[in-house]
Design a binder for this molecule. Structure first.
Ligand code: SF4
Length: 293
């Protein structure tokens, strides 16, 4: 099969499905993320993005199984290292569309430094955050997004820590596209995922992905979510105010949509002129030795 024929088959025949058996709990929010990502990637492929130019990276967690269910190139990183692996893939081959699926635990606990530095450097990758505020795969321990009072295996008397506001953290760190979606809203998720993937720079979609087994938030979220209207994501004062409206623990309204879009140089552009002149190692060494005598 020629590459072109392969691309044609890939783009239309299987809808990016795989033969893997899905093992998520019935009702898990990960299903909505999978459906929204699959539809988004299919649209991008139909519009001309080669399927082989898409790479999905994930680490350990229930969310990480999404790689098994998406028929595109993928890389399974160590826990908390999904952003670091994605940065390496992007720097090695800037042509690729690199999409990271991270859990709130790995991304904001074990891998926090990688996440912040990818934002600081504005690396051109997309982070889809599966944000359920709990470590689901390891049966419900509290994590960095868990609000106080949560009772789980590691906090039987209730967690006492405040959760991060991940969007506020990444806004300060320098991310250039920030949005929030919810797994009870696939049309909005598809729009946000598409915007994020096409955005040049470090883009993040915080996806409120409910864990029905250990932290079922459907009722609470359904009562409080609303879509941003009349918000200007290029106005950074507005972006900051909307991002801070909900602190991930209070009963405040929860805005969904695109909070922030801004332009910054991409990581790597600064090095465009580097390495153009071939290094004459012998001549350079001779210069160094001459300077020492
Ligand atoms: Fe989903 Fe929670 Fe089940 Fe994991 S434990 S598959 S996050 S519902």
């Amino acid at each position: 099969m020629t590459p072109a024929a392969h691309r044609g088959r890939a783009a239309s025949a299987d809808g990016l499905k795989t033969a893997a058996t899905n093992t998520w709990c019935p009702g898990c929010g990960n299903f909505a993320v999978l459906n929204a990502v699959r539809a988004t990637l299919q649209t991008l492929i139909d519009e001309g993005t080669p399927r082989e130019d898409i790479v999905v990276v994930a680490d350990i967690g229930c969310h990480g199984k999404i790689m098994d269910y998406l028929g595109v190139n993928s890389f399974n990183a160590l826990h908390g290292r999904c952003v670091a692996a994605a940065v390496g893939i992007k720097l090695a081959n800037p042509r690729l569309k690199v999409i990271v699926h991270g859990g709130d635990g790995g991304t904001f606990a074990e891998g926090l430094e990688h996440t912040l530095f990818a934002a600081k450097r504005n690396v051109d990758i997309t982070l889809i955050l599966h944000d359920n505020g709990v470590y689901g795969l390891t049966i419900g321990q509290a994590g960095p997004e868990t609000p106080p009072g949560y009772r789980g295996r590691s906090t039987p008397y209730g967690s006492v820590e405040e959760p991060f506001n991940p969007l506020e953290l990444l806004h300060v760190a320098g991310a250039t596209y920030l949005a929030r979606g919810y797994t009870h809203g696939i049309p909005l998720l598809k729009r946000l995922y598409r915007e994020a993937i096409l955005h040049p720079g470090f883009s993040v979609v915080d996806t409120l992905q409910v864990c029905v087994t250990f932290r079922n938030m459907y009722e609470a979220y359904n009562a409080r979510v609303y879509e941003l209207d009349g918000h200007d994501p290029r106005d950074q004062a507005q972006a900051r105010a909307k991002i801070r409206e909900w602190d991930y623990r209070s009963e405040a309204p929860i805005a969904l949509g695109t909070f922030c879009v801004r332009d910054r140089a991409l990581w790597g552009e600064q090095f465009a002129g580097y390495g153009r002149e071939p290094l004459d190692a012998d001549a350079r060494l001779a210069e160094v030795f001459a300077s020492l005598t």
